[in-house]
Write a new protein. Structure first.
Length: 257
């Protein structure tokens, strides 16, 4: 199932033009760096974040000793990232196209993106371009919404009603994401899944109430408390193949062959 609304640069320019208050933009709770760090240290790694958005992932990785390039094609995104970088952060910003990266072959130890690949109808082209700029044995980490979560039909409904800021072109189950990477000369290392805190339904409700002057807290205590209590159970379940098919997001880490 695909949307008939195509994601365009203008959508993202508008999104980051109005999303200037990062305290009102949910982050990904450090899942990208957390999952990669289980494999290797970030220290000394040359990393490219594609479709960097707020840039918070890359800046965090720089704090762990990585040298990071944050690439986006939205000037407002890059402006936001630049405003967060401190003198101690080894982070540079780059305006560029995810399908035609302005870097030489074999430049990076890790290329990653989250919430990016699903917005395009030709994801294989992007994956191949990332393969080009990776060193041999380097890693790619792709983090996307998971096809079989209820978030998928909800998002299509909002897109059909014209209530979503951009389109959504491709969907991925764990197997589909792994097959895409294998097809483009990567060796699968691991696939993870995660739920969001707070859940998607609450985030949509919170956003929907704002025009009516009602502002709910971003992180209600009821969700943070229940998450702590259920962390172990959830992690064990998400380590199974069945669990991956219930998660709201999945990520696959693969190595360039």
């Amino acid at each position: 199932m695909s949307s008939n609304r195509v994601s365009e640069k203008t959508h993202w320019n508008e999104f980051w033009k109005i999303s200037t208050d990062l305290s009102e933009v949910y982050d990904n709770e450090g899942r990208v760096s957390r999952h990669f760090s289980r494999l290797e240290s970030l220290n000394g790694k040359r990393i490219l974040e594609v479709g960097a958005g707020s840039g918070r992932d890359g800046i965090f990785m720089a704090g762990e000793g990585a040298s990071v390039v944050s690439l986006d094609y939205s000037p407002d995104s890059l402006k936001m990232i630049s405003g967060q970088i401190s003198e101690k952060d080894d982070v540079s910003v780059c305006c560029g196209d995810a399908f035609a990266l302005p870097f030489s072959e074999g430049t990076f130890d890790l290329v990653f993106h989250q919430g990016l690949l699903e917005h395009f109808r030709n994801p294989g082209d992007m994956i191949r371009e990332h393969h080009r700029v990776l060193k041999k044995g380097g890693y790619i980490l792709v983090d996307v919404p998971q096809r079989y979560h209820y978030y998928t039909p909800l998002k299509h409904i909002f897109i059909a009603l014209g209530k979503w800021f951009a389109g959504w072109e491709t969907e991925f189950s764990p197997g589909e994401l792994e097959r895409l990477l294998k097809k483009n000369s990567y060796e699968i290392v691991t696939t993870y899944g995660e739920y969001l805190n707070p859940p998607i339904w609450f985030r949509i409700l919170r956003k929907g109430l704002m025009p009516f002057g009602m502002t709910l807290p971003m992180y209600p205590k009821i969700f943070t408390g229940s998450r702590r209590a259920l962390t172990g159970i959830r992690e064990r379940f998400l380590a199974t193949r069945l669990g991956l098919h219930t998660s709201v997001v999945i990520g696959t880490i693969a190595r360039k062959i």
